[in-house]
Design a protein around this ligand. Structure first.
Ligand code: SF4
Length: 373
C-alpha cells in the first residue's frame, strides 16, 4: 500500500463582526483503483471485528457513503445521523462528516466510542461562532429563547435552549413564535433570515455563513435556468436569499433528495454541496442533476460547491482510524450534560411533529445492529 500524502490549503470564512478569518483544510490523496478495493475490504472487515457502525453525511465521498450503506450503517443528514447513532446497538460509531457531528454523537451516546477519520474536519459555521463570543451575545439578550443550528460546538449547544437542524428549524421556530417567544438565532445568517421570512418571528441573527452555500450566485443561476427551462431548482436554505428566491423547492438535504424523487421533472439544478449528487442519482435514477453555479461576479470559489472539511474524510484515514483507534471524540462530560438538553428537546419535538419516528422504533430496528439495508 502506498504512503498517504495530503495537501493542506487555507479556507477563508466570515465572522459575526463581518471580518474575514482564515482556517485550513487538508484533502487526503485519492487512492488508486487497487488500493481502493483493498481499503474497502479492510474497512468492512474492521467494522465487523470491532462491532462498529459507519454513519456518513450526504456530503462525504461516494465510497464512504456506499460503505455505510453496504455495512448496515447510515447515510443521512445531521438529524438522522444523530438519531441513528443513538439508537444503534454498536458500541463504536465511526462518524464520517465534520467535528460537530462527532461531538453530537458523543453527547447523545456518552458511553459509546466515537471515532472520526479526521478530528480537524470542521465547519465555517462552527468556527464563526466561538463559545465565549456567543455567550456574551446571549448575556446581552436574556429575554430571548436561544436557538442554535446543529453546526455548532458542544459549548455553544450547552448555552442553547433548542438545537435545530435544517429539516426541522422552521417547525420549531413556528412553534416558539406561536407561543409569543422572541428568538436569538445562531450561527447561519441565511438560514436564520429564511426562517424569519417564513415565520414572521422576531429573530436576532448571528452573522456566520457556510463557505459552500454562501457561494451560490443568483445571476449565474438565472442564466443556467435559461439554458435548462424545464429544470426544477432545489436549494438548501443556507444559501443567500437571492438564490432562494429562484428555488422550486427549499429544503434540507433529505427534503431535496425526496423532492428529486417525487417531482414530475427530469432535470434538476441543485444548490447544495455537490456530494449530495451521489445519493440523488441513486434515489432518482434516470434523472439529470446539474450543479448550481458558484462562479461569476465576485466569485472567490472558496469551496466550489464542495465542503473542504467534508472532503477531509477518505478511505485511507477511515481505515487508519479503525485500525489504530486514533481520532476518538471526547466531550467534557459537564458540557455534554448541558448540551444534551437542547438536542433531546429537538428530538422529542421531531417525534411529536411527525418528522421522525419515536425512539422505540429505532431502538427495535437497530438494537441488534441491524441497519437500513
Ligand atoms: S457544507 Fe457548510 S455547513 Fe456543512 S460542514 Fe461544510 S462548511 Fe459547514
Amino acid at each position: 500500500m502506498t504512503t498517504a500524502t495530503t495537501a493542506t490549503f487555507p479556507v477563508e470564512f466570515c465572522r459575526h463582526d463581518s471580518t474575514v478569518a482564515q482556517a485550513w483544510a487538508r484533502v487526503p490523496e485519492e487512492p488508486g483503483a487497487n488500493e481502493r478495493t483493498e481499503l474497502k475490504a479492510k474497512i468492512k472487515r474492521l467494522l465487523k471485528e470491532q462491532n462498529a457502525v459507519l454513519v456518513a453525511h450526504y456530503y462525504t465521498d461516494p465510497d464512504l457513503q456506499d460503505l455505510a450503506d453496504e455495512t448496515g450503517g447510515c447515510v443521512s443528514d445531521s438529524l438522522e445521523m444523530a438519531r441513528f447513532g443513538k439508537a444503534h446497538a454498536a458500541q463504536t460509531l465511526v462518524v464520517c462528516g465534520v467535528r460537530f457531528m462527532g461531538e453530537t454523537a458523543k453527547i447523545l451516546s456518552p458511553e459509546k466510542r466515537i471515532l472520526m477519520p479526521d478530528l480537524e474536519a470542521t465547519c465555517s459555521l462552527d468556527l464563526g461562532c466561538p463559545a465565549d463570543e456567543f455567550a456574551a451575545f446571549c448575556d446581552a439578550h436574556p429575554d430571548r429563547e436561544v436557538v442554535v443550528y446543529a453546526n455548532t460546538s458542544a459549548a455553544v449547544k450547552a448555552r442553547a435552549d433548542w438545537m435545530v437542524t435544517s429539516s426541522i428549524g422552521l417547525k420549531i421556530v413556528e412553534h416558539l413564535h406561536a407561543q409569543g417567544k422572541k428568538i436569538l438565532w445562531a450561527p447561519d445568517k441565511h438560514l436564520g433570515h429564511y426562517i424569519q421570512q417564513k415565520t414572521g418571528a422576531d429573530m436576532l441573527l448571528w452573522q456566520a455563513a457556510c463557505v459552500v452555500h454562501d457561494e451560490f450566485k443568483a445571476n449565474e443561476l438565472l442564466a443556467l435556468k435559461d439554458k435548462h427551462p424545464l429544470a426544477k431548482v432545489l436549494v438548501h436554505p443556507e444559501s443567500p436569499d437571492s438564490v432562494l428566491q429562484m428555488a422550486d423547492v427549499v429544503g434540507s438535504t433529505t427534503q431535496i433528495i425526496k423532492a428529486a424523487q417525487e417531482l414530475d421533472a427530469l432535470e434538476f439544478i441543485v444548490a447544495t454541496d455537490n456530494g449530495i449528487l451521489h445519493k440523488m442519482r441513486q434515489a432518482a435514477p434516470g434523472k439529470v442533476f446539474i450543479e448550481a453555479p458558484t462562479a461569476g461576479n465576485g466569485a472567490t470559489c472558496k469551496s466550489c460547491a464542495h465542503c473542504p472539511w467534508m472532503a477531509m474524510n477518505g478511505l485511507r484515514n477511515l481505515a487508519r482510524t479503525l485500525e489504530t483507534g486514533s481520532n476518538e471524540v471526547f466531550v467534557d462530560p459537564a458540557i455534554g450534560q448541558q448540551a444534551v438538553r437542547c438536542i433531546d428537546r429537538m428530538l422529542d419535538f421531531a417525534v411529536q411533529a411527525g418528522v421522525s419516528k419515536p425512539a422505540e422504533t429505532y431502538n427495535q430496528k437497530y438494537a441488534h445492529g441491524m441497519g437500513p439495508a
